[in-house]
Design a protein around this ligand. Structure first.
Ligand code: ZN
Length: 77
């Protein structure tokens, strides 16, 4: 494919000539919908944990772990 900015033939997403990141719009929306799906699953897990009859300290720890997973998801964006 060719760089959308400078038109050079490129082999990877990042143009080695001008540094432009060439990601098709389709890929971005795929990545986003994948992210949203995973985030939704994790948000549901938080809701489930909140309804559990477990000690508050355990609940807090579980929710923290899930929130960390959500934050890790952002790394792929
Ligand atoms: Zn370029």
């Amino acid at each position: 494919m060719n760089c959308k900015n400078c038109g050079s033939g490129i082999a990877s997403a990042k143009c080695e000539y001008c540094g432009t990141l060439n990601i098709a719009d389709k890929n971005i929306s795929e990545v986003l919908s994948d992210y949203n799906k995973k985030k939704e699953v994790l948000m549901r897990r938080i809701e489930m944990v909140e309804k559990m009859h477990i000690p508050q300290i355990v609940k807090k720890k579980k929710i923290e772990n899930i929130e960390n997973e959500i934050n890790n998801l952002k790394g792929v964006l």
